[in-house]
Design a protein around this ligand. Sequence first.
Ligand SMILES: CC(C)(COP(=O)(O)OP(=O)(O)OC[C@H]1O[C@@H](n2cnc3c(N)ncnc32)[C@H](O)[C@@H]1OP(=O)(O)O)[C@@H](O)C(=O)NCCC(=O)NCCS
Length: 347
Amino acid sequence: MADILNLEKKLAEYKCDTNKAIRLKLVRFAEDLEDETTSFSPLYSHQVFGDEESVFGYKDLEIQLYYSTCSLTTFFNIKYSSKVIEKYDNVETDISCPGFKEYHERLQTFLIWFIETASFIDVDDDKWQFFLVFEKYLEDGSPRYATVGYMTVYNFYAYPDKMRPRIGQMLVLPPFQGEGHGAQLLETVQRFYTANPSILDITAEEPSEDFVKLRDFVLAKLCQELHAFVPEKLKKGFSAEMIEEARRTWKINKHHSRRVYEILRLRVTNMSDSVQSSEYRLDVKRRLAIPFKKNKKEATRLSRLMPEDWLAQQAEMSVSQEQEYLEETYQSTVEQYRHILERLARV
Ligand SMILES: CC(C)(COP(=O)(O)OP(=O)(O)OC[C@H]1O[C@@H](n2cnc3c(N)ncnc32)[C@H](O)[C@@H]1OP(=O)(O)O)[C@@H](O)C(=O)NCCC(=O)NCCS
């Protein structure tokens, strides 16, 4: 316990409040450069550093942004007493690794505290694959590895001769959350399978809201480099080329590449332009409306087989209610996408 508290304390030293770390200065004379009393801090830095207005990785960070008082030409400098060096390792393994079964049994006890629908897995099934993150540190000069987080993946068979890995559970231990380990781990897994030609694409089991956020960010980061997702193509709509390139390059399935397309298209859409914003809204809403259309078709076809209360519920959902629901879902979807774009902008 004491070790964890020490580690938390140590990591906290590397998290900086950017409203304090940024030092602005109006320089009249050369001496002002050295005069600490003339500097001042911003009130807001969220537009550059995100809603938390913080950065991780530097101790005693000072971001100097000095302006000459007359012409407002700028001087920019970054100072810190120490920086976090790359000290995390990602490891892939399966149950055949000696000692891993016992280690995993202890590790998965954390799931019940942090995942609402957690269930323990049957590790004797050799289709499970495990990805772990460790922090490397030194104790009396010897390297040690501290557990940071992990992900389980089940390799399902996909007809006729492929595999379709499904992400089961993912956990980054709380003292390490919010530092980018989750995104790094997911990207590692994505890259790991990409190298394997027998993999069709990657799916996830009942993804939580936090996981979807993480996945949106990682997949959008990977796809923004692809030819099929360049701005001119994004503006023309979701295409077979996007599905194909995202699947071939990053093993991304169709549902996820559609979401990535909507996120990246939002970035290149001028939402204050009425034509562009209405084209975007219609495009997203058409996709959001698909389940309604399917429901209606199904209801007509299967009406005799459906329970009465279900039919009544469907009938109750009038057109205006449907539109209201679509509008609300559209607004919250765009809000989520903006959040992902803000994170992408910070990379
Ligand atoms: C979901 C989970 C795996 C994410 O792992 P993580 O390591 O915290 O993920 P990241 O650090 O990459 O991203 C998390 C947030 O930290 C922020 N962040 C990352 N690095 C940062 C940094 N250096 N400075 C400030 N913020 C940072 C990200 O922007 C992100 O913010 P957002 O959630 O508002 O978008 C983790 O929170 C977890 O284990 N939760 C409990 C279990 C769970 O829900 N698992 C998923 C379903 S099985």
